[in-house]
Design a protein around this ligand. Structure first.
Ligand SMILES: Cc1cc2nc3c(=O)[nH]c(=O)nc-3n(C[C@H](O)[C@H](O)[C@H](O)COP(=O)(O)OP(=O)(O)OC[C@H]3O[C@@H](n4cnc5c(N)ncnc54)[C@H](O)[C@@H]3O)c2cc1C
Length: 353
């Protein structure tokens, strides 16, 4: 079977690995000059680790990542809740902190070890479907036919646009900012920290390596609003980004299929973007290998929609300026603090959702 994967982010790489271990060797192209060095997604869920365990990728991710043992939540500079992150029923007991570029490198190395190399500096320009195949026009001038083309080419997906698949949803106006920093003497090296300082402003920190942390918040400069004292050794990267909440109307059209950000995008609250892409890719590989491609779009659209909805609810709660919503959130934190079964359920929910 001739399969073309457009995009070598975490979604495209996972798909290529999952196909190759079933003896389907896809071509995988990316318009970038070389592998990305951006740290974007920093939390790998237990579900993703389970999906990547069959190829041996998880073992390497776990060797390198930081298991996040606790979450703590500060409201108005007051520690409202410390939550041990632990699930005894999941594949890995907690969330793993690792920059996305390292996740991608490990996936690409695993792929190369099976004999598949990413073809960089090669973009998909156009595609059109014929009766028995789908034709790709590449930036090199090559025109080739494939049995399947997979768009794992991110939010601005050329595959999705070429197939005329609508991507309904909305864009948020507010700025979000991100900073990757090295800290000296941070007292919580394995802790996820969420802080609510002013009404409507949330800032989060996640450990992603030795003395290395990701900060993200819905403001222009997250390091300026983070309420706890930080001894910053080095700022490795700072930036501002906007958020969209969208989901493709269908993930499949004939011989063309979408996965990852090409199929959906949402806020970083909950850190599920890359993880949904990994789950899409694992399911798509299974459907291709088992000849069950009709199942792919309805199944993954439904699963992704659940997570997008939960993520949106979470974003609205933690960024709400409403006095009542803040009060409700404080009440939930207080209940978790005083009632062990609420704490346990919350902990499992964070690790397993
Ligand atoms: C600042 C930030 C923080 C984030 N934090 C988290 C987090 O903590 N947890 C989480 O799970 N997610 C997070 N995300 C989201 C996560 O990064 C994305 O969901 C993830 O990268 C999606 O992977 P993907 O492979 O689907 O798409 P991408 O990573 O966007 O990869 C798409 C690839 O396709 C290539 N491409 C595009 N067009 C073409 C073309 N025409 N031809 C060939 N190649 C093409 C691109 O060069 C790119 O390499 C974050 C994102 C951002 C921006």
């Amino acid at each position: 079977m001739k399969v073309l994967i457009v995009g070598a982010g975490p979604t495209g790489l996972t798909l290529a690995v999952e196909l190759a271990r079933r003896n389907i060797f896809a071509r995988i192209i990316d318009k970038r000059d070389s592998a990305s060095t951006l740290s974007r997604a920093v939390g790998i869920t237990s579900k993703s680790l389970e999906l990547l365990s069959h190829s041996g990728v998880s073992k390497r991710l776990i060797e390198e990542g930081v298991p996040i043992q606790n979450a703590c939540i500060y409201q108005d500079n007051h520690l409202a809740l410390t939550l041990p992150l632990h699930s005894s029923t999941s594949y890995f007991p907690t969330i793993l902190g690792l920059p996305q570029d390292r996740t991608e490198t490990i996936l690409a190395e695993s792929l190369a070890s099976i004999g598949v190399e990413v073809e960089y500096k090669l973009a998909l320009n156009e595609l059109h479907e014929e009766a028995q195949s789908v034709i790709a026009q590449l930036s090199s001038g090559e025109e080739s036919s494939f049995d399947l083309i997979i768009g794992a080419d991110g939010v601005r997906s050329a595959v999705r646009q070429g197939a005329n698949i609508p991507y309904p949803g909305f864009d948020l106006n507010e700025d979000w900012s991100i900073a990757d920093v090295e800290l000296d003497d941070w007292p919580h090296p394995q802790m996820f920290t969420l802080t609510q300082t002013k009404p409507g402003i949330v800032a989060v920190s996640v450990p992603i390596g030795k003395n290395r942390y990701r900060f993200v918040g819905n403001c222009e400069k997250v390091l300026e609003v983070f309420p706890l004292p930080l001894r910053i050794h080095k700022v490795r990267r700072e930036g501002v980004f906007k958020i969209s909440i969208r989901q493709a109307q269908s993930y499949s059209k004939g011989r063309i299929h979408l996965a990852g950000d090409a199929a959906h995008c949402h806020s970083p609250v909950g850190g599920r973007g890359m993880n949904l892409g990994i789950a899409d890719a694992a399911e798509l590989a299974k459907c291709i290998a088992e000849g069950q491609l009709d199942n792919y779009s309805p199944l993954r659209r439904r699963e992704d929609k659940k997570v997008i909805d939960i993520t949106e609810r979470g974003r609205k709660i933690v960024t709400s300026q409403s006095f009542l919503t803040r009060l409700e959130f404080s009440a939930l934190l207080a209940a978790a603090n005083h009632l062990p079964f609420v704490k346990r359920r919350l902990s499992r929910f964070v690790v397993e959702f």
